[in-house]
Structure formats: structure tokens, C-alpha cells
Ligand binder design. Structure first.
Ligand code: CP
Length: 328
């Protein structure tokens, strides 16, 4: 009875937005319509409020298998997708990439086609190559598989941006007109790029700040205000988002030293005095403690939303999976 009630509520949220059920792949936030975004946010709110009552929205007897393929390291995204699949009653299959036929040279297409042949309906992919999901969709349109991008190279991380928005919307009614400042290694950050698309669509006032080498864009190229001075960028901000310095993606030294970065771009309580009184700080994690953010700020529950972001990853990912798979 409970499942029926829950399923009806989910159906009524989906019905409200009349989404295209042929939607195949969540690759980036710029491929989402406003209706899809609002539907994901509504579903996530419903799931969060009812988290202890939800199980098996997808019936096990229809053999709804979903695979997670993480070609790159992850703690938050991988674990929250696993919990989201479990909560929804989908059967998760985690492919251990380092012990899979990938190491024998199998291509990602052959891996996905093999999983499809075994009844997998959804593949959640994290990969080092930027644009790998676009490549799959463009070159193999007949692959009978739904896809979610769990972060590809420096390109996109749509579910992270959606959970960031969801988390901000728990502190404010609307992000329209709110000043949101994203700080640091923008050029390597798929999180910054997916946030930028999404926040622009939601009408936020987006500011980017970082060293010239990590933020080599003009404002007209990115639809945001560009800064290279942290204090100036943070003035009157409602939200400040730090980003991890991604040393693993830097092929050459792009900053003189970590100490120099800390001196110019570390978010600390002193520089945060320039922001609005109720400013909140976000970071997608993992954080380099005392590099992008001071420890004192990370652990300040009045200011830091970092663990709320992690918590909200579960309902947001449940919502994204539902949007792709329900009534297929
Ligand atoms: N934010 C994020 O993607 O974290 P993980 O790499 O731990 O998944």
C-alpha cells in the first residue's frame, strides 16, 4: 500500500511537467529544460522528505538492472548513486573497471553493448575523457541504454550542479539575482562548468574568480563576471563555492606554488567578511583542507554547506534516475 502511495506521488510530479520520455542521456545541465530541472528538484524534495518510506519504486521483478562504471576515482558520487539505486529498488551492478575487460583493451562501446545484452537499462559513467558520453550518444544512437554522466574529464558533472542548486535552495527561496561566486581552478572544473550553465538558466548572478592561468576566459565566453582578485569577487556574495585544485589534471605548473594560491585565493573567515551577512560556503569535495578553504570554515556548520551537499546527492540522484527510467 505504501509503495502504491509513494509511486502515485512520483507519477503526479512527473505528470505535472509532461516530460519527454524518450530523453536518453543526462550529459550536462545545458541539455536540461527548465521543466526537467524543476521536476528533478520537486522529485528530490519529495524523496528527501519521505526518505524512510521509500523503497522499490521500480519493481524488482522487471529486472531493472543499473550499472555503475567508474573509470576514475570517486567517493561521494559513486556511493550516493549506489544508495539512490538501492532506495529506488533497482539492482545495482558495479563494474570494477580495474578488474574488468577494459584492462584487456575492450572499448567502452563494447563494454556497454555487453552490459545491454545482459539486460542493463541504465549506465552511470565517470570517465577521465571529456565528452565521452557525447561520443557514445552521437556514434551509437541505437544502443538501448539510458546514460548518466557522473563526471567526465574537465567537461561536465550535471548531478553535482543539480545537488549544489538543491542545497542552495534550502537556504534561499530562489537563486534568481543572487550573487554566487565560484573560486579557484575553473579551467579544470567540470563542477564549475555545469554550475555555470544551470545557475545562468536559473537567473543567478554568477561570478568566477581565480588565477589568470586557471581562469583564462573572457566574460563574453562564459556568461559570468570574471575576477582575479578574491576580495573584490566575494563582495556582497550570497554563496561562495570553492573548487579543488586538480593537480592530477595539470600537465604543467599553472600556479607558482600552493602557498601562493593560498595567499591569493584561499577562502577564509577574513575575506568572507566582504560577503553578505548570511553567506554560505559550498565545495563539491574532496577538499584540500587549508588550501581552498580554511579548516575552521569547512567545519563551521553555520556557514559551510559541504556535508549538506553530500547528503543531498542521494535524493537528487534518485530524482535523476527516476526522470530517465520511470515508465520506460
Ligand atoms: N564531488 C565529487 O564528484 O566527489 P567524488 O569525486 O568523491 O565523487
Amino acid at each position: 500500500m505504501l509503495n502504491r502511495e509513494i509511486t502515485q506521488s512520483v507519477e503526479s510530479i512527473l505528470d505535472k511537467y509532461k516530460l519527454d520520455t524518450t530523453y536518453k542521456a543526462l550529459i550536462d545541465t545545458n541539455s536540461l529544460s527548465l521543466a526537467q530541472i524543476n521536476c528533478i528538484l520537486d522529485l528530490a524534495r519529495f524523496y528527501k522528505q519521505n526518505i524512510n518510506r521509500i523503497n522499490n519504486i521500480f519493481a524488482k521483478d522487471t529486472q531493472n538492472y543499473a550499472a555503475t562504471l567508474f573509470y576514475e576515482a570517486s567517493t561521494r558520487t559513486k556511493t550516493s548513486f549506489a544508495i539512490a539505486l538501492h532506495n529506488l529498488g533497482l539492482t545495482p551492478i558495479d563494474l570494477n573497471i580495474s578488474r574488468s575487460s577494459t584492462v584487456k583493451g575492450e572499448t567502452i562501446y563494447d563494454t556497454l553493448a555487453t552490459l545491454c545484452a545482459m539486460g542493463i537499462k541504465l549506465a552511470i559513467i565517470r570517465h577521465t575523457d571529456s565528452g565521452i558520453l557525447n561520443f557514445i550518444v552521437d556514434n551509437y544512437p541505437d544502443l538501448p541504454l539510458k546514460l548518466i554522466n557522473a563526471g567526465d574529464g574537465t567537461h561536465a558533472h550535471p548531478t553535482q550542479a543539480l545537488l549544489d542548486l538543491f542545497t542552495m535552495l534550502e537556504s534561499t527561496d530562489n537563486v534568481k539575482g543572487k550573487k554566487i561566486t565560484i573560486v579557484g581552478d575553473i579551467i579544470h572544473s567540470r563542477v564549475a562548468k555545469s554550475n555555470l550553465h544551470l545557475l545562468n538558466l536559473m537567473g543567478a548572478d554568477v561570478h568566477l574568480v581565480g588565477p589568470e592561468t586557471l581562469l583564462p576566459f573572457k566574460a563574453s565566453e562564459v556568461n559570468a563576471t570574471i575576477h582575479h582578485n578574491l576580495a573584490k569577487a566575494i563582495e556582497n556574495s550570497d554563496f561562495v563555492m570553492g573548487l579543488r585544485i586538480q593537480k592530477e589534471r595539470q600537465t604543467q605548473g599553472l600556479i607558482p606554488s600552493i602557498d601562493d594560491y593560498i595567499l591569493r585565493f584561499q577562502i577564509n573567515s577574513d575575506v568572507l567578511k566582504k560577503a553578505n551577512k548570511n553567506v554560505k560556503v559550498l565545495h563539491p569535495g574532496p577538499v584540500n583542507r587549508n588550501v581552498e578553504l580554511t579548516e575552521e570554515l569547512i567545519d563551521n556548520k553555520d556557514i559551510s554547506l559541504i556535508l549538506k551537499q553530500v547528503e543531498n546527492g542521494i535524493p537528487i540522484r534518485m530524482a535523476c534516475i527516476t526522470m530517465l527510467l520511470f515508465n520506460q
